[in-house]
Design a protein around this ligand. Structure first.
Ligand code: C2O
Ligand code: CU
Ligand code: CU
Length: 540
């Protein structure tokens, strides 16, 4: 398939000042290339150019060593179940501003975070990592979670990946007003065991609420989990961008364009923690970053196994891996072995090129590798744990009764982007991130499906940068990936709700929705989602 079809399709639908990257038209509105180069470069700090630089890239940031590193990996807080009835989970989550002393000699940093607690009894439990408390559930549980909004803007609660009814899934069309609250109710079906997370999904404010701290992990357990006996460790990875005064920096123009990446990557709320491994372990890893891709790898090439994806266990372990890419929103279950004799390794987010845009023609080089954690292996005498060769049965979805296509496209108006003040708006001017040629319109159905119908979807990335596709309310199966006319079948079955799509790639998935109502699908680079790279699937 030809990528240009998408580009010209998008271009015809918008005004002439808009043009897709890689297809710059030299119109009157187009800024000469060398000027754009100056905007993008670090060469000038004088007068207007300096101000412009700040607007593009943001103001001065706290130094990378402003946050301490090397503390033992923090245990996640746990959301306390207020119900005594077996099979029932009842709790309250407060979304509220909380100040924390983070950087020595600077004012406190104000996060927005989820805290468990009785809404009636004051502030809730704000101790421990900024990460929202872990919600531990079991298949079959009847869940009732009250969310109290103590922010000054509307919010919602979205249960990322969980098969909850559409009207309980925190769609942007169901906001909780500031000072208000809402009780979400759902029952977890058999087969839903897996690694999920929760975060707000308000219209055009998802990115901000998540980068200020509102996100937390969910684990759903099965009664017949073949790995139940393995010691389990949780690594919730998030991103933090701190200004020099230790406040959480707003998004710059570059953040909106490429998705925000801060100078800090946190694991369970802290920078570069220390992990002590004495026996083989099962790790659950969440990529809760707004836009950062995590190419998980140990330095020195230590191998690990993948045993699960977003929606739970694989059919069989994938052993001997040295790297695994988690796109924003994705999760994985890994087996990390203690090995023979004492050793040490660093867990990296190794360099990954997601083809970030420059403010002029072309792409930025990929950022450097980042250390996520330092791991010390001191195996105890126990023999290595045997990993079962099969984990569970996964039946392929099908046959498909309908076909859908989703196309990612983008258009940049460099002139508008370079206007003074453009990035000071709540939403920046001059960039469009689209699905099927349109930005998100609340309430408008982009696609329509019938409940119970298995469908094959193609997700085509007609842009020049990676975008992770995410679909609400269900787990899907990747069938194949197509690039340059070559189609490669996915070598194993897995349940996912988020899948990366590279520039020029087409990913084929099989999916089914079981309940009527509106479901969102979008790019999980949260800035792109807020800018409109989102659609509504209307299930009837
Ligand atoms: Cu985590 Cu609509 O997404
Ligand atoms: Cu989601
Ligand atoms: Cu995107």
């Amino acid at each position: 398939m030809k990528r240009r079809d998408f580009l010209s399709g998008a271009a015809s639908a918008v005004a002439t000042a808009w043009f897709a990257r890689g297809a710059f038209a030299a119109g009157d509105d187009t800024m000469p290339m060398h000027d754009m180069g100056k905007m993008n470069g670090m060469s000038s700090t004088s007068g207007m150019q300096g101000g412009m630089h700040n607007e593009m890239h943001g103001g001065a940031l706290a130094p990378v060593d402003a946050l301490p590193s090397g503390a033992p990996l923090a245990r996640l807080r746990t959301l306390v179940n207020e119900s005594r009835t077996p099979g029932e989970f009842r709790a309250t989550l407060l979304a509220q501003p909380v100040s924390r002393s983070l950087v020595q000699g600077q004012a406190d940093t104000v996060f927005w975070q989820f805290d468990g607690g009785l809404a009636s009894a004051g502030k809730g439990d704000t101790s421990g990592p900024v990460v929202g408390p872990l919600i531990e559930l079991r298949e079959g549980d009847r869940v009732e979670i009250r969310v109290v909004n103590r922010l000054e803007q509307p919010t919602t609660m979205h249960w990322h990946g969980l098969p909850v009814p559409p009207d309980q899934d925190g769609n942007p069309s169901n906001p909780i007003a500031p000072g208000g609250e809402h009780v979400y109710r759902f029952t977890l079906p058999k087969g839903s065991a897996g690694t999920y997370w929760y975060h707000p999904h308000p219209h055009m404010q998802t990115a901000e609420q998540v980068f200020r701290g509102l996100a937390g992990p969910i684990v759903v357990r099965a009664g017949d989990d073949p790995l139940a006996a393995w010691p389990e460790r949780h690594l919730f990875v998030s991103d933090l961008k701190l200004a020099a005064d230790a406040s959480i920096a707003p998004n710059s123009m570059m953040d909106w364009m490429n998705g925000r990446e801060g100078q800090f990557v946190l694991v369970n709320g802290a920078r570069e923690p220390m992990i002590d491994v004495v026996r083989d372990e099962r790790w659950r890893v969440w990529n809760a970053c707004s836009a950062r891709y995590l190419q998980l790898a140990f330095d020195g090439g230590r191998t690990f196994a993948q045993v699960g994806t977003d929606g739970g266990l694989l059919a069989a372990p994938r052993d001997g891996l040295t790297a695994l890419v988690l796109a924003p929103g994705e999760r994985a279950e890994l087996i990390v072995r203690a090995g023979q004799g004492a050793s040490q390794a660093r867990l990296l987010a190794a360099q990954y090129d997601r083809h970030k845009m420059a403010m002029s023609h072309g792409s930025l080089p990929p950022g450097p590798s980042v250390v996520l954690a330092d791991v010390r292996f001191t195996p105890d005498a126990a023999a290595p744990t045997a990993l079962p060769s099969s984990l569970r049965a996964i039946a392929p979805l099908g046959p498909a009764r309908a076909q859908k296509s989703v196309g990612f496209s983008e258009a940049m108006d460099m002139h508008a982007m370079h206007q003074p003040g453009a990035s000071n708006l709540a939403m920046p001017r001059g960039m469009k991130f689209m699905i099927n040629g349109e930005t998100y319109v609340p309430g408008r159905a982009t696609l329509t499906s019938r409940r119970g119908d298995v469908e094959n979807w193609t997700i085509a990335n007609g842009t020049d940068m990676d975008h992770p596709f995410h679909l609400h309310g269900t787990q899907f199966q990747v069938l194949s990936r197509e690039f340059d006319g070559k189609r490669i079948d996915e070598p194993y079955l897995a349940w996912r709700d988020t899948i990366n799509v590279k520039p020029g790639e087409i990913v084929h998935i099989a999916t089914v929705q079981h309940e009527a109502g509106d479901r969102m699908f979008h790019c999980h680079i949260l800035e792109h989602e807020d800018l409109g790279m989102m659609g509504t699937l209307r299930v009837t």
